[in-house]
Design a protein around this ligand. Structure first.
Ligand code: DC
Length: 223
């Protein structure tokens, strides 16, 4: 079974996707981390974020690996870049990088290969629409920009970074706009996805909701 979890930045996708994967014993694939890894590599190797073919080439040749764990380990050329890809400069760069058609084609191929023949939970922006259009369970996880900004502020404060609520909210609104208006695989809810608005839900409630959807789907498959 494949579970696709899409939605805007800060909706809690990765936390929830990881918990669902642990509960079900499925593989968790953080596709955002893959775009971040290529953004990191492009920066390190002075490759332009607009150069789609060169970015795709980086992705083909860097041995990009995700290692499951409490926090997903992200490796390129066997180097652990799990922490670096979360830095603000990479969050800024990954927007234009992930908009490149050639790179998306390459990473979608890698994501489909990783999910092939295993039970998996994938989170991202285009999982239900492009990567796994046949996923048995599709969730569109969302929350208001203000709630997402509050959640992100807490994470950022833990990292000791000085951003304010207003700065974070502005960045989230801008990123939503860019993610949903880009030409390549814009963020959108798949027609057959279930929308889960998490504004007033705890993480456990969201996980429970998704597990219920999975249980319902398993029943249907058995019948
Ligand atoms: O979920 P995240 O913030 O780690 O994602 C990083 C960036 O990658 C974000 O700008 C959206 C983009 N992304 C994408 O275009 N497609 C995906 N499947 C996952 C992430």
């Amino acid at each position: 079974m494949k579970i696709a979890i899409d939605g805007p930045a800060g909706a809690g996708k990765s936390t929830v996707a990881k918990m669902v994967a642990v509960k079900l014993g499925y593989l968790y694939i953080d596709t955002g981390a893959m775009y971040r890894a290529i953004a990191w590599l492009a920066r390190a190797q002075n490759v332009s974020p607009q150069n789609g073919p060169a970015l795709a080439e980086l992705a083909r040749n860097c041995n990009l690996t995700l290692k499951p764990g409490a926090a997903t380990g992200v490796f390129v050329h066997n180097q652990d870049i799990s922490t670096d890809i979360r830095l603000p400069e990479i969050s800024e760069l990954v927007g234009p990088v992930s908009a490149q058609k050639e790179l998306r084609e390459e990473l979608v191929k890698q994501q489909q290969a990783m999910a092939h023949a295993v039970d998996a939970v994938l989170d991202g922006r285009d999982i239900g629409t492009v990567v796994l259009p046949d996923a048995e369970v599709k969730v569109f996880l969302t929350a208001s920009p203000e709630v997402r900004a509050h959640r992100r502020l807490k994470d950022i404060q833990k990292m000791g970074l000085p951003d304010t609520f207003d700065q974070i909210l502005k960045a989230i609104v801008e990123r939503d706009h860019k993610d949903s208006t880009r030409a390549e695989s814009p963020l959108r809810q798949a027609d057959d996805a279930v929308k889960v608005d998490t504004d007033t839900m705890s993480i456990d409630q969201v996980v429970e909701t998704i597990l219920l959807l999975c249980a319902k789907c398993e029943k249907t498959i058995r019948i």
